[in-house]
Design a protein around this ligand. Structure first.
Ligand code: SF4
Length: 253
């Protein structure tokens, strides 16, 4: 969508969100929204990933299915054995019964271990159904519904939340949960745009806007970022000219 100059928007937050979106589309390049995993795998892997590295999450997922064969096997397994199989995750004793309850509910709703029925559900109904399950919050539910079913939702993880706060798209006291609705209201209600906004700000948080010591001189958002203004003053011509126009490094999953 065409992006108007910052000053033409009534809300500075909306202006910043749209400017962030336009600039990072250029910086990282537009991504096609292709599901990276099946809906079932996306959901269960995201549950396993809580406070766990990507490699440990994948190891837990693989060991779980190696040990019990399929989703029916995982649901029927002794819970302690399931916890042992997913022991590389942060809280295996909590996650094991949650995963079994999630599988029970999916089977009860769909008659099988599939989430495909969500494609036909209205967005809010699908979101409410998923977030009613143990261990599934707004971030996980939004991610599955956006990535796999093209629902116009925005997953807000710790990176997206941090960038949005520092830039000033959301206020400093807006929680990550609350940010899901606040940011969504500022952005186009379009799955492709929301997917790119999520991925790009996630990457910016990983590559540049670090939790400690953000690399502001290398950041393409510096001209309108509250944190930059507070720590460096207004971005002058030299600072803007020194900013890379494209990300040349690696992009993670
Ligand atoms: S200018 Fe600094 S604080 Fe602002 S988004 Fe970029 S890296 Fe983060």
């Amino acid at each position: 969508m065409p992006i108007a100059p910052l000053a033409t928007y009534d809300s500075p937050s909306a202006a910043k969100a749209l400017a962030d979106h336009a600039i990072l589309n250029e910086f990282y390049g537009l991504l096609p929204r292709e599901p990276r995993r099946t809906p079932m795998r996306e959901l269960i892997s995201t549950v396993l990933s809580h406070r766990t590295t990507h490699d440990d999450e994948e190891l837990a997922y693989d060991r779980m299915l190696e040990a019990f064969g399929d989703w029916a096997g995982v649901e029927a397994a002794p819970t302690t054995a399931l916890a042992h199989a997913i022991r590389t995750t942060r809280w295996p004793d909590t996650q094991a019964p949650r995963i079994q309850e999630i599988l029970r509910r999916i089977k009860a709703e769909a008659g099988d271990y599939t989430l495909d029925f969500l494609a036909d559900w209205p967005t809010n109904k699908a979101l409410a159904w998923l977030t009613d399950m143990p261990g599934i919050g707004l971030k996980t539910a939004s991610l599955v519904l956006l990535f796999n079913f093209r629902k116009p939702l925005l997953p807000v993880d710790t990176h997206v939340h941090r960038v949005a706060q520092r830039v000033g798209m959301i206020g400093p006291k807006v929680s990550a949960d609350k940010a899901h609705t606040v940011l969504l209201a500022l952005l186009p209600a379009d799955a492709e745009a929301l997917f790119n906004f999520h991925k790009h700000n996630y990457w910016l948080g990983q590559h540049i806007c670090f939790f400690t010591k953000p690399n502001c001189p290398a950041c393409p958002l510096k001209s309108f970022c509250n944190y930059y203004l507070e720590h460096y003053g207004p971005a002058d011509a030299a600072a803007l000219a020194a900013t890379p126009k494209k990300w040349e490094g690696k992009k993670q999953h």
